[in-house]
Write a protein that binds this ligand. Structure first.
Ligand code: SAM
Length: 499
C-alpha cells in the first residue's frame, strides 16, 4: 500500500489489461464510459481566448468502432476463449446483427469486459455507462461474463437538455449497469444518502415511525436520509458550467461521486479504462481513493495531468505516474513512427500548447498547436504558433514557419523537432530577431525558436512572457480535498434498526 502510486496509462486498454500490469483480482471499483458508435465524430473545443471564437477544434476521437480485422480478431478470441456462454452469445448476436458497426462495438466491448472482470476483486463492482441504443445487447454481454445473478442495478441517469424531436419523446437519459463480481460485494449506502422527499413532511421526525407492509416490524427513517432510487436526476454540464473543460463527453463529477462513494472506501482502487478528460480519477483523488486511468489519446492524458494539477495544486495532489508516454527521444521517435498525430499531441503537451486544428478536416497550414500569453491580466492575448516535425527539417522549414508566423500575426513561432537543427536552420531562426514585450521592452524573446525533443527532455522550455499564468487550456476549478466545512459540521446520531 505504501509503495502504491496512482497510474495514468496511455494506450489501448485491451493491451494494458492483457499485459498483466494490473494484477488479477486487485481492483475494487471499475467505471467505464466507452465511446459509443453513434457515428458522431466528437470535436473538442478549447477555452475561448479573450473574445476570439475558439477556432481550435480538433477531433478528440472518432467514436465509431467499425467491423474490420481488429473486430474480427477480437471475435475469434472470444469464440476460441474459455468463456463458452459468451462465445454462444456472440455467435447468436452475429447471426442476428451481421458484421456491422454494432457487432464490432459489442465484440470490442466483450473482450475488454472479460479482462476487466479478471482484474476486479471478488468484492468489487463494475459500472458500465452506455446509452439505450446498445444497452440491451451490452446487458446480455455483461450477464454472460459476470453471471446474471450478479446484476445489481440498471441506473438511469436522467437529465434535461435543449432540442426536441417532433416525432419522438426527447431522449434524455443514459443507462449505467451495475454488476458485482460475486454475492459478497461492497456497498456503502450511508455515504450516498439523500433527503426523503415526502412533501411537507419531515421524514426524520420521530412521528414518522412506520410498519413494514404485511409484517409487524417497525422501521424508522434513517437520519441521513434515503438511499437514492435507481434513477438519478443529475444535471449534465451545461456550456457555462465551471466544471466543463471542453472535452466532448465529459461527465459531471456529481455522478462519479455517487458511484465512487457507493462502491468503494478510502484507499480502495478505482479503475477507469476509458478515462477521457479524467472525471473519475479527479473524483477518486478528491475522495482519497487510489486510482488507475487509461486513455488511448495523448490529448486526454495531457488534459488529465493538467486537470489534476489545477484542481488540487502541487501540495494536495498525490504523486502519480504516467505510463506509456515517451520517456526519451528514442521512444518519442517510435511514437512518431507509429502514429504521427499522437506524437504531435504528446509533443504539444510538452510545451503546454493546445492542438490547433482538426487534423482530419483542416488543411495543414503548418500550424500544429497554439499557445496564448498575456503581458498583463486584462491585456490582449498574444499567440504563439507551434509546428511539430518528426521527419526531415531544413532551413526552408524555418523560413516557411516564419512566413506563417507573420501571416497568423503570432508573436512567436516554435519548431519542435526530433532531428537536431542544422547550422543554416539556426541562422534562419536568428534572422527572425526578437519579440520585445511592451511592458518590459528590455526583455527579448526569440521570435523563432527551435527546440529538439532531446532538449525538451533535458528541461528546455519555450521562451515567452510567463508572468501572467497561461490560459491555453481551460483551467479546472480548484477543489479542497478534505471534507467541506459543512461535512465536518454534519454529525448524525446512528439509530439501530434504521433503514
Ligand atoms: C466517452 S469518453 C470518456 C469520457 C469520460 N467519462 C469523462 O468524463 O471525461 C471515452 C474515452 O475513451 C477513450 N478510448 C477509446 N477507445 C479506447 C481504448 N481502446 N482504450 C483506452 N481508451 C479508449 C477515448 O479516447 C475517450 O477519451
Amino acid at each position: 500500500m505504501d509503495a502504491w502510486k496512482n497510474q495514468l496509462f496511455f494506450g489501448d486498454n485491451l493491451d494494458i489489461l492483457r499485459s498483466g500490469c494490473i494484477p488479477v483480482g486487485s481492483v475494487d471499483l471499475i467505471y467505464l464510459d466507452p465511446p459509443f458508435n453513434s457515428n458522431a465524430t466528437y470535436n473538442i473545443l478549447f477555452a475561448e481566448k479573450g473574445g476570439e471564437k475558439s477556432a481550435a477544434q480538433i477531433t478528440a476521437f472518432d467514436d465509431t468502432w467499425h467491423w474490420g480485422p481488429e473486430a474480427m480478431a477480437a471475435y475469434d478470441d472470444v469464440i476460441r476463449g474459455d468463456r463458452p456462454k459468451l462465445a454462444d452469445l456472440l455467435q447468436a448476436l452475429m447471426a442476428f446483427l451481421g458484421r456491422n458497426d454494432m457487432m464490432a462495438y459489442l465484440t470490442m466491448m466483450a473482450v475488454r469486459l472479460v479482462e476487466l472482470h479478471r482484474v476486479l476483486k471478488p468484492t468489487g463492482s463494475l459500472y458500465l455507462h452506455c446509452d439505450p441504443t446498445a444497452s440491451h445487447y451490452l446487458k446480455m454481454v455483461l450477464d454472460a461474463i459476470f453471471d446474471f445473478k450478479n446484476f445489481r442495478n440498471e441506473i438511469i441517469w436522467a437529465y434535461k437538455g435543449g432540442g426536441s424531436s417532433k416525432k419522438d419523446f426527447p431522449r434524455r437519459h443514459d443507462v449505467i449497469f451495475r454488476y458485482s463480481n460475486s454475492n459478497h460485494y461492497n456497498f456503502y449506502p450511508d455515504t450516498i444518502r439523500i433527503p426523503y422527499q415526502a412533501e411537507g413532511i419531515n421524514r426524520t421526525d420521530d412521528s414518522m415511525w412506520g410498519r413494514h407492509k404485511g409484517t409487524s416490524k417497525i422501521y424508522k427513517p434513517h437520519p441521513l436520509g434515503k438511499v437514492p432510487e435507481d434513477w438519478w436526476p443529475i444535471s449534465i454540464l451545461n456550456a457555462n458550467d465551471p466544471e466543463r473543460l471542453g472535452y466532448p463527453t465529459q461527465k459531471p463529477e456529481a455522478l462519479l461521486e455517487r458511484i465512487i462513494n457507493a462502491s468503494s472506501k478510502k484507499g480502495d482502487i478505482v479503475l477507469d479504462p476509458f478515462c477521457g478528460c479524467g472525471t473519475t480519477v479527479t473524483v477518486a483523488e478528491r475522495l482519497k481513493r487510489r486510482w488507475i486511468g487509461i486513455d488511448i489519446t495523448h490529448l486526454a492524458i495531457t488534459l488529465i495531468k493538467k486537470r489534476l494539477h489545477d484542481t488540487f495544486g502541487p501540495e494536495e495532489l498525490e504523486d502519480f505516474e504516467v505510463i506509456g508516454e515517451p520517456a526519451d527521444a528514442k521512444s518519442a521517435a517510435a511514437l512518431a513512427e507509429e502514429n504521427r498525430h499522437q506524437f504531435e499531441w504528446w509533443a504539444l503537451g510538452m510545451v503546454d500548447a493546445a492542438p490547433a486544428q482538426d487534423k482530419k478536416k483542416g488543411a495543414d497550414r503548418g500550424v500544429d498547436g497554439v499557445l496564448y500569453f498575456q503581458e498583463k491580466d486584462d491585456g490582449p492575448y498574444h499567440k504563439i504558433i507551434v509546428q511539430v516535425k518528426s521527419g526531415k527539417v531544413n532551413a526552408a522549414t524555418v523560413r516557411e514557419l516564419e512566413g506563417t508566423r507573420k501571416q497568423e500575426q503570432a508573436k512567436i513561432a516554435a519548431l519542435l523537432t526530433l532531428q537536431p537543427p542544422t547550422r543554416p536552420m539556426r541562422e534562419a531562426a536568428a534572422a527572425a530577431e526578437f519579440y520585445k514585450p511592451e511592458m518590459f521592452p528590455e526583455l527579448r524573446f526569440p521570435r523563432l525558436q527551435i527546440l529538439t525533443i532531446t532538449e525538451l527532455f533535458a528541461g528546455r522550455q519555450l521562451e515567452y512572457p510567463r508572468w501572467v499564468p497561461s490560459k491555453t487550456f481551460k483551467k479546472a476549478v480548484r477543489r479542497y480535498k478534505g471534507p467541506t466545512p459543512q461535512e465536518q459540521e454534519k454529525s448524525y446520531p446512528k439509530l439501530p434498526n434504521s433503514e
